[in-house]
Design a protein around this ligand. Structure first.
Ligand code: EPS
Length: 401
């Protein structure tokens, strides 16, 4: 993540999930309410299961912050799992009750989950619980807390992100890459967080039908970042290219199976004359572009246009109706187990996508600007924006510098 490093830890029904964000400058004021607001967005949405009625995600900071201002040391962010109190016998880090451990033991892997593959990797096939607890998408709460911090750093320089759900279970709200204006239509309180809240009854029907059938649904999420200066990332080496770093960050979100930048999917089917974005002289010597098919990145480097991404989520792997599997203890064919699960978690996904984007982009921005004291980062911003001022202006005129 460029200059930022993120570690997360914690199991779904353990005491907490935790993020450690390393590489932030000292002197950055943080807004706790804004972090909690992002955590609440992640809990929101039509189609979630019973777990979200138990959890009330709030950030607890145990390092790297003093009086609401970063110290430049690793920032340690935790979110308690309220459900842990129902799981202490099985999940306490030190003392477990063998009866409880046996009660929650799983030996039949759910197809599509990490149950089998993770247990094979860690030699835990006799109890898949050891794997599924960590593979749970509960871990994304830690990413969102860290992402909300990264977004506050970006916001200091007038860089903002919008996101929304574009499709649910094949029901399309908006085809193709989204743009800033489209995502301005998202109401974060609407049931499915799409850019067309008036159409969400139709989508809720689709989710309800899947729920009734004991099935699950995926979807497509889009995000747009406005205000990024040209020149973040690098064309010089494969692992410095920002497009590759963004793709890795997005596909690492549980359930994401594909990611696209700009009109990446659509342009593969078009001739070059309809795939690229011509330059033309803009006002006062700036560069203008009539289109943004590249989605804000060329050669793995930001080009000053809006950065546009989409992520495709597969349906949740825990189905009430189950899927055929094999009990690894007996070798017998069985149907995968279900206690509770989400029918779709796609409405919680936009803020997770924003978080991963914010982390990668804040890391890239810090890499370019340099400085470990916020005053030096601000000076780096002024130097960069001054150097490129002939052809690029910040979207937000209030942006520092
Ligand atoms: C998840 C299973 C469900 C989800 C969970 C992810 O939890 P449980 O097994 O406790 O019912 O609710 O997501 C969260 C807890 C969350 O906060 O997003 C899974 O197996 O990945």
């Amino acid at each position: 993540m460029g200059r930022l490093r993120l570690l997360t830890g914690g199991e779904s029904h353990g005491p907490a999930v935790t993020a450690i964000l390393e590489g932030l400058p000292a002197g950055l004021p943080l807004d706790r309410a804004a972090i909690d607001a992002w955590l609440a967005r992640r809990q929101h949405g039509y189609g979630r299961g019973g777990r979200q009625r138990i959890e009330r995600d709030r950030v607890v900071v145990t390092g790297g912050l003093r009086g609401g201002v970063t110290l430049g040391s690793p920032l340690v962010l935790s979110i308690a799992n309220r459900d842990f109190e129902n799981w202490t016998g099985a999940m306490d880090p030190w003392t477990v009750d063998p009866g409880e451990v046996e009660r929650v033991r799983r030996t039949a892997p759910r197809p599509g989950h990490a149950d089998f593959s993770g247990a094979a990797a860690l030699d835990r096939v006799e109890d898949l619980r050891d794997v599924l607890e960590r593979a749970s998408a509960r871990e994304t709460a830690a990413r969102v807390a860290a992402g909300a911090v990264a977004a506050q750093l970006l916001g200091r320089y007038g860089i903002a992100i919008r996101s929304g759900v574009l499709e649910v279970g094949g029901a399309v709200v908006s085809e193709g890459p989204p743009d800033w204006e489209l995502l301005g239509g998202v109401d974060p309180e609407s049931p499915l967080v799409t850019p067309r809240p008036a159409e969400e009854e139709r989508l809720k029907e689709v989710v309800r039908a899947a729920q009734d059938a004991g099935d699950t649904l995926g979807g497509v999420v889009g995000a747009v970042v406005r205000g990024l200066p040209p020149g973040l990332g690098s064309h010089t080496h494969w692992d410095r290219r920002l497009d590759g770093r963004i793709a890795q960050a997005l596909v690492s979100i549980p359930s994401v199976k594909a990611a696209a930048i700009g009109a990446g999917i659509e342009t593969a089917r078009r001739p070059g004359s309809e795939a690229h974005d011509p330059f033309f002289p803009g006002p006062a010597g700036t560069l203008g572009r009539p289109t943004n098919r590249a989605g804000g990145l060329e050669g793995g480097v930001t080009n000053g246009e809006d950065l546009v991404v989409r992520a495709w989520f597969k349906p949740i792997a825990t189905l009430r109706r189950g899927l055929p599997t094999v009990d690894l203890a007996s070798g017998e064919p069985v149907v995968s187990a279900w206690e509770r699960s989400d029918t779709t978690a796609v409405a919680s996904a936009p803020v997770i996508v924003e978080s991963m984007m914010a982390l990668v982009l804040a890391g890239a921005l810090l890499e370019t600007l340099g400085g470990w004291a916020i005053a030096d980062v601000d000076a780096g911003w002024r130097t960069l924006t001054g150097r490129i001022a002939r052809w690029w202006r910040p979207a937000d005129p209030e942006a520092r510098g």
